[in-house]
Write a protein that binds this ligand. Structure first.
Ligand code: GAP
Length: 579
């Protein structure tokens, strides 16, 4: 990590923000190379998860009013465990300290008092100053950044901790755009904010980061995914029950569904995601899908599989990081916003044929209930209505008994107005369930860099190389004049301009010897370099040298063919060996 972070800073991938003012933990700026790499990763994500799947895209605000997060459960449940050092005042994630000092892998699923006891039992010291943390309280710390909306303090808002809420709150409108047809998906790529207790490991745990999320709304009783298009995709699964033994399951998406290992909707997106990870150059030897343990799941999820990547350097102990979560959120979000919001968060789904249903109803005689039960009469009427829907047999006798606030009330059946009738229904109101692939773009970028990062030996000696896939490499091609004289500089500029006109991202470099220029491009992952030399300007038809980053091989290519040769190489339609 140290080497990669040093390279990232030196070559303009990413670096800590606001360093002129001392910097602040958890905020990173992407430099010219990193911004381009990140944008390309996002673009490939959009192509695969939004365009290829036919899903909508939206762009919602990052500040949302407090009631949204009361409804979503983030105000109450979006906490991490905080322990403060009495000596130096530094804050730490208590669960991470436990994981570092014991064999416990997911300490965040433990209750806070147990984590406090473990700090004592293992004599854990403050990582900053070494003072003992035993006896220090462990508190729940809410991760949302609070702000005031407008002058004064009249309206509290929060920076969104996940882009998902921007999709859920707009569901009443989005379902109209989908013409009320389930299933439909809505995607969003944007910033999320979490006031992490201890940001760490560069892009891995920051306070401001980019998420790419898809919320797929499905009918829990009607919709089934067609997994056939990804059935043969190979996946490495690490189910919750296998984790104590450390056993992976090497399988395909189709088999995982057939054997009931993964929910079909979640499995479908593991297949889609695997195809996407392959295009951006994730190394599957250092990758797995790990199912959450029940105590580890977020407050909204009924099941979740994390994509995890090992980002350790070769020959070091594995260092697994979570780069995405593929969750089944059930109806949690839309039900909560339906309860708290003022709009309708259900979808009316039409039956193929109208259905005749038996419906039980009550019409209580309030002139009897009022005098008999006083202030409880209205609630007794509601309880009778609920009972009629639930258990019509309860109305077969002379009397019916209902419970209201722990008290039992008995009502003569003839006073309930109980009726039983047949009705024809065209459809029903459904609260859709949500399937959510939630990708952390920054951690994905970090993984792509870590998996591409290599030190190797070439003719000129040792080099550092980023073997980035051409689809995400920040620069498509670098153009050099061998020397900036005898017309080579002018010609190289013209070639660079032509290639830019073809839509390629081109770097021009004429400083230093040619070997150093190749090294610089290898370090930022530029897949191809073009050199204009004496032969280029002296001979007809004009040719240039084309060099491949990974093999360092070089061939002469006619300048007139350069753009199409590069297009074929980038698309994988030609290999360098073919040339
Ligand atoms: N909407 C679901 C959700 O937000 P999550 O597992 O909390 O789920 C999804 O976050 C992804 O966002 C993670 O897998 C991770 O890649 C990224 N992420 C979360 N917190 C982050 C942080 N502090 N810094 C960088 N990335 C983060």
């Amino acid at each position: 990590m140290t080497d990669l972070v040093e390279l990232a800073k030196r070559r303009g991938f990413f670096f800590q923000s606001s360093e002129a003012y001392g910097g602040v933990s958890g905020f990173y700026t992407y430099g010219p190379q990193g911004a381009s790499l990140k944008e390309r990763v996002e673009e490939t994500w959009r192509e695969r998860f939004a365009l290829a799947e036919g899903h909508m895209q939206i762009d919602a605000p990052t500040v949302m009013p407090e009631p949204v997060f009361e409804a979503s459960g983030h105000l109450d449940g979006f906490d991490d465990m905080l322990v403060e050092c009495a000596e130096c005042g530094e804050s730490h994630r208590a669960d991470h300290l436990i994981e570092g000092a014991t064999d416990i892998e997911e300490a965040e699923s433990l209750p806070t008092d147990e984590v406090a006891s473990l700090l004592d039992a293992h004599d854990i010291d403050c990582p900053s100053c070494g003072a003992p943390l035993a006896g220090q309280p462990v508190d729940e710390f809410n991760l949302m950044f609070e702000t005031n909306i407008g002058p004064g303090t009249s309206q509290t808002g929060y920076l969104r901790p996940e882009t998902a809420q921007g999709i859920f709150v707009e569901f009443p409108r989005l379902k109209e755009y989908a013409r009320g047809q389930l299933p439909f998906g809505v995607t969003q790529v944007g910033k999320s904010y979490r006031n992490e207790i201890s940001p760490r490991n560069a892009l891995v745990r920051t306070r401001e980061f980019t998420q790419a999320e898809l919320e797929l709304f499905v009918d829990p009783d009607g919709d089934e995914p067609d997994v056939s298009s990804v059935a043969d995709v190979e996946v490495t699964l690490y189910p919750a029950e296998n984790q104590p033994e450390g056993d992976y399951v090497e399988t395909t998406v189709g088999e995982a569904v057939a054997e009931g290992v993964v929910d079909p909707w979640v499995a479908y997106y593991l297949g889609v995601a695997t195809e996407w990870y392959e295009t951006i150059g994730v190394d599957f030897e250092r990758f797995r899908y790990r199912q959450h343990q029940p105590g580890e799941r977020a407050h909204y999820a009924t099941d979740c599989w994390d994509a995890e990547a090992d980002v350790s350097a070769p020959d070091e102990a594995p260092e697994w990081i979570e780069i995405a979560g593929y969750a089944y959120r059930g109806d949690y979000d839309l039900s909560k916003h339906g309860e708290h919001g003022t709009e309708n968060f259900t979808v009316f789904t039409q039956y193929d044929e109208p259905k005749t249903v038996e419906r039980a109803s009550v019409d209580p005689d309030m002139s009897y209930l009022g005098p008999e039960f006083g202030g409880a009469a209205a609630e007794i009427a509601d309880a009778l209505a609920a009972l009629a829907e639930r258990d019509r047999a309860a109305f077969e006798g002379d009397e019916v008994t209902v419970d209201v606030d722990g008290e039992s009330y008995t009502v003569p059946t003839e006073k309930t107005g109980f009726e039983f009738a047949e009705e024809t229904e065209a459809g029903r109101h459904v609260t859709p369930h949500v399937v959510e692939p939630s990708i952390g773009i920054d951690r994905t970028v970090y993984t792509v860099l870590a998996h591409a990062h290599e030190e190797d030996e070439v003719d000129e000696g040792e080099r550092t190389v980023l073997r980035l896939d051409p689809s995400v490499a920040p620069t498509d091609v670098a153009v050099f004049p061998l020397m900036d004289k005898d017309g080579m500089g002018e010609r190289a500029h013209e070639i660079a301009t032509t290639l830019r006109g073809e839509g390629l991202d081109v770097t021009y470099d004429d400083s230093g010897n040619i070997g150093r220029r190749y090294r610089r491009q290898d370090e930022v992952g530029t897949p191809f370099c073009v050199t204009v030399d004496y032969e280029s300007v002296d001979e007809e038809p004009e040719t240039v040298t084309l060099r491949e980053r990974d093999s360092t091989d070089q061939v002469r290519v006619p300048s007139a063919d350069l753009a199409s040769v590069l297009a074929d190489l980038r698309a994988g339609e030609t290999t360098f060996d073919d040339l």
